[in-house]
Ligand binder design. Structure first.
Ligand code: S3P
Length: 166
C-alpha cells in the first residue's frame, strides 16, 4: 500500500507524512528529498542551474520509480500533481490511496512567508500581501489537479492528531 500526500507548498505533507508513516509502520519518502539525493543538488540549485522544465522531467521520472514501492507514505512536491501525466501515474498504480491536504490561503501565506527564500517559486516575493495574491492565483490553477486525490482533508485549525485521525 502507498499513501500519497498531495497539497500546496507548506500544507504539511512532510510533517504529517512522517507521523503517519510512524503510526502505520511504513517507510516515509519525500519526493523532493529523493530528487535532491539522486541529482546531488538541493531543489533551489536544480531550479537555478537546470531550470524548472528539467526539474519537472526529473520529478515525473522519480515518481514513476517510487510509485511501485510497498508500505510507503509518499509526500509529493506541491507541483507534482499538476505536471506531465503524474496524477494518472498515481491513480493507475496499484494499491495507492491519495490524500489532498487542503489549507486556506491565509494560513498558507502565513506559514510560507518566513520560509520563502528556500522555495524557488516564491523567493522573489517581498510582502505577505503579494504572497497571498500569488497563492490565490496559483491554487486556482492547481486545485483541479489536487481534487483528483481520493480523499480531501481540510486541515485548517486542526492538530496533527486530528488530521491523522481524519
Ligand atoms: C514546488 C513545491 C516544492 C518543490 C519545488 C516546486 C511547487 O515542494 O517541489 O520547489 O511547484 O509547488 P513542497 O511542496 O514540498 O515545498
Amino acid at each position: 500500500m502507498i499513501i500519497v500526500l498531495i497539497g500546496y507548498m507548506g500544507s504539511g505533507k512532510s510533517t504529517l507524512g512522517k507521523e503517519l508513516a510512524t503510526v502505520l509502520n511504513y517507510r516515509f519518502l519525500d519526493l523532493d528529498d529523493y530528487i535532491s539525493e539522486k541529482e546531488q543538488a538541493s531543489i533551489p540549485i536544480i531550479f537555478k542551474k537546470k531550470g524548472e522544465i528539467y526539474f519537472r522531467k526529473k520529478e515525473t521520472e522519480y515518481l514513476t520509480e517510487v510509485i511501485t514501492s510497498e508500505n510507503l507514505v509518499l509526500a509529493l512536491g506541491g507541483g507534482t500533481p499538476c505536471y506531465g501525466n503524474n496524477m494518472n501515474l498515481i491513480s493507475e498504480a496499484k494499491l495507492v490511496k491519495s490524500f489532498y491536504l487542503k489549507l486556506s490561503i491565509p494560513l498558507l501565506a502565513k506559514r510560507l512567508f518566513p520560509e520563502r527564500q528556500s522555495r524557488p517559486l516564491i523567493s522573489h516575493i517581498s510582502t505577505e500581501q503579494e504572497l497571498l495574491e500569488y497563492i490565490g492565483k496559483h491554487l486556482f490553477e492547481r486545485t483541479p489537479y489536487y481534487i483528483e486525490a481520493d480523499i480531501t482533508v481540510n486541515t485548517d485549525h486542526k492538530s496533527k492528531q486530528e488530521i491523522l485521525e481524519a
